[in-house]
Design a protein around this ligand. Structure first.
Ligand SMILES: Cc1ncc(COP(=O)(O)O)c(C=O)c1O
Length: 476
């Protein structure tokens, strides 16, 4: 299927929605089928754009899936709204059981369903707080997370994140010295020394974490939080060998909660066993997290659903303590959302789509690596796991010097790709050069090898033409 671009008859209209480009309409999706979307933009209609990032790593089944329409219809028929603090429902129970049963045995014991990844991380922070209160340990409040991380848009989730876009909101964030502490990111491409092995780099990071725990007093540290595979924040840089195992070990040693954020990388996007969790690439069942947030592909864009998975260690403390959670969100455990997500996940499992995206995603990376890194262009690194891959763009491949953020390299590449029929996510370099521009791929789980080839063809062509343009401008 090739992209077609035509003039639209509608004049450019004002926008009444307060988002992205505020005054005008910007790009507007007007249709989609499978991995393709139709988009109106700047008086033009772009048909059959390949959605290489499925919105924002959301759609697993692509768009307008006929079976999903039936799932939605069925869910609407059997769902009744209930307010979680007052009443439970069968849909949320069934989805919880499905997620727990399809994760390594014994790792998760309970789940809470919310409407976004940010809200899930807010709820996870509340669960962690109550867990220590139930145990009579009110001073365990510090959350150690990472530089260059993203856990959401709400203030609590931003407080435990750090990236250049968070700085402006500092007046509203948790205390960054006594509550929301940061440790270095695990960023092998840039931060591993040439003289180190991956294992030695991991050990250096773990030594830094252990020192932070000891210096702060383990009795004040509540949790260590990391994205298993960082998405928009760093561009799918896999944890160096032994790193996550080491964090697990330190958490156990110092009685700290091991908290993974798999909102973007989880729920089938990067699982090596045809199941759900990304951490299964790096950890054994006995080393799983104590708490984990998920979202995105869970409802695959058909419903707004995300959640918190709780391990037996945490659940048992609640059960043996107050056995009660005070309050909740209006749309927690929303039955219709839960039934749709369950139907979507059952279809993904039945059609072995997690295995497909793992294979196709790795193939995409292999082909990008082969075609980009062997030629002269601005691609510096291709990395990721399964269906979540990134290309980091650099001014100098040897020194890894990032482009000046003012050049807007990732935005230009994203626009070029779009004009050529491929939608990818473009993330800007950090202003201080600590991270380069990235293009991120997270296609739907249904992609075929032919789709992969088409994506690679368009992307390589666009990287090469942007490289030539930057050369002409004297920027590369
Ligand atoms: C790792 C991670 N955590 C949390 C979130 C927040 O999720 P949401 O945008 O659904 O609130 C995101 C969103 O991209 C994410 O990538």
């Amino acid at each position: 299927m090739t992209v077609s671009i035509s003039e639209t008859k509608t004049p450019s209209e004002p926008s009444y929605v307060f988002q992205a480009s505020v005054s005008g309409l910007g790009a507007q999706v007007v249709g989609g089928k499978g991995i393709h979307i139709d988009v109106e933009k700047g008086g033009k209609m772009y048909k059959n754009i390949i959605d290489g990032v499925s919105g924002a790593a959301v759609g697993a089944l692509g768009w307008k899936d006929d079976e999903v329409l039936e799932i939605i219809n069925d869910a609407a028929k059997k769902s009744t709204y209930s307010y979680a603090p007052l009443m439970s429902n069968k849909g949320s129970e069934e989805l919880s059981k499905f997620y727990i049963d399809n994760s390594p045995k014994g790792v998760f014991a309970s789940a809470l369903w919310l409407t976004s990844g940010s809200e899930s991380n807010e709820n996870a922070l509340r669960i962690i707080r109550q867990y220590y209160l139930e145990r009579g340990l009110p001073d365990k409040v510090k959350i150690i997370s990472r530089d260059n991380s993203y856990h959401g848009f709400t203030m609590g989730a931003q407080s435990v994140s750090w990236n250049p876009r968070v700085d402006d909101y500092k007046p509203y964030l948790f205390d960054q010295v006594n509550v929301a502490l940061k440790m270095p990111s695990a960023y092998t491409y840039r931060l591993k020394k040439d003289s180190e092995t991956e294992e030695q780099y991991s050990q250096r990071l773990l030594d830094t974490l252990e020192k932070k725990i000891i210096d702060n007093g383990p009795e004040t540290v509540a949790a260590v939080l990391v994205e298993t595979l960082p998405g928009s924040s760093l561009g799918t840089t896999p944890p160096p060998k032994g790193y996550l195992k080491g964090i697990r070990h330190l958490c156990t040693k110092y009685d700290i909660i091991f908290y993974l954020d798999e909102v973007m990388c989880g729920t089938g996007r990067c699982n090596p066993n045809g199941k759900l969790n990304c951490w299964e690439n790096f950890l054994d069942a006995s080393e799983g997290p104590d708490i984990q947030t998920v979202g995105k592909t869970l409802g695959s864009g058909f419903v707004t659903i995300a959640g918190v998975l709780v391990g037996p260690k945490i659940k048992d403390v609640f059960v043996n303590g107050s056995n009660y959670i005070f309050g909740g969100n209006t749309y927690s455990s929303h039955e219709f959302n839960c039934y749709v997500a369950l139907g979507v996940q059952k279809k993904i499992a039945r059609e072995h789509l997690t295995a497909n995206i793992f294979e196709m995603g790795n193939l995409l990376a292999e082909k990008l690596r082969k075609q980009l890194l062997t030629e002269e262009n601005i691609a510096g690194d291709v990395r990721g796991v399964g269906g979540f891959q990134s290309v980091e763009l650099v001014k100098n491949r040897d020194t890894k010097e990032a482009f000046d953020v003012k050049l807007g390299v990732s935005t230009r590449l994203k626009t070029l790709c779009f004009e050529n029929g491929l939608s990818v996510m473009g993330m800007p370099a950090n202003p201080d050069g600590t991270c380069g521009d990235r293009a991120i791929f997270a296609p739907a789980f249904i992609i075929t090898e032919q789709d992969v080839d088409e994506m690679v063809k368009i992307f390589v062509k666009c990287v090469n033409s942007l490289s030539t343009a930057l050369k002409q401008e004297g920027a590369w």
